[in-house]
Ligand binder design. Structure first.
Ligand SMILES: C[S@@+](CC[C@H](N)C(=O)[O-])C[C@H]1O[C@@H](n2cnc3c(N)ncnc32)[C@H](O)[C@@H]1O
Length: 209
């Protein structure tokens, strides 16, 4: 049977903590896989923010949400706040902006109420993605600090890190050091990793106290 992939483990940890009606953030929208997962998980009564610095990523995410809408889920609201509810998907605010700006871009009524923040670091694979646009330790850590400030107690932050990519090893170490230094009264940190595959992506996560 095998253990869960790191991406599935991240989704499971989020699903266990973000009930329907919650606010959630996809910090790295990319192709929108996690954005759609979050929109389904928190449902029409919740709200999702999705950040990316690439137009191509925002376009892919919007297309994925719209396809889910056409397949019978609630229509997604690309780029606006408070889109239509009434089906299974949460309204999604798509933001062409760096995740390091999340403290300022999340609506005041959602600050302190966020139940899940997902990071999937690295670059956008596939056609239309620019592999030179990668997440960087300085902005990643600034975003994680901001995320912690926006989260509700009991909320979860997940980060899939890529030690096998150029620059990804330094970023993975920076995230790990930052999490390890957080006082246990602020958050509990955990790691999910395959020790036989040291270059494979692994998952770091926090539960806010
Ligand atoms: C590995 S991909 C994310 C994959 C995505 N979660 C999915 O399900 O397809 C990483 C993404 O981070 C984005 N990115 C890079 N720097 C960023 C920043 N400062 N803020 C937000 N997104 C950023 C890249 O453009 C890229 O799309």
């Amino acid at each position: 049977m095998g253990f869960l992939s790191v991406l599935s483990a991240a989704q499971r940890w989020v699903a266990e903590r973000a009930a329907p009606g919650s606010v959630a953030i996809d910090a790295t929208a990319g192709s929108g896989v996690d954005t759609l997962f979050l929109a389904r998980t928190v449902g029409a009564g919740g709200h999702v923010y999705a950040f990316d610095v690439q137009e191509a990523a925002i376009a892919r995410t919007r297309a994925r949400l719209e396809a889910a809408g056409r397949a019978g889920e609630a229509p997604a609201s690309g780029g606006r706040r408070g889109g239509s509810a009434g089906g299974g998907l949460a309204p999604v605010t798509l933001l062409l902006a760096g995740h390091e700006r999340m403290a300022e871009l999340v609506a005041p009524e959602h600050r302190g109420a966020v139940r899940a923040v997902m990071f999937n670091l690295g670059y956008l694979p596939g056609e239309g993605g620019d592999r030179r646009v990668i997440t960087r330790p300085e902005t990643t850590l600034a975003a994680m600090e901001a995320a912690l400030g926006l989260m509700a107690p009991g909320g979860v932050l997940t980060a899939v890190v890529y030690p096998g990519h150029e620059g990804g090893d330094a970023e993975a170490e920076a995230v790990e050091r930052w999490m390890a230094a957080l006082p246990p009264t602020v958050a509990q940190a955990v790691q999910y990793r395959y020790p036989q595959k040291p270059a494979s992506p692994y998952l770091l996560a926090l539960e806010k106290r």
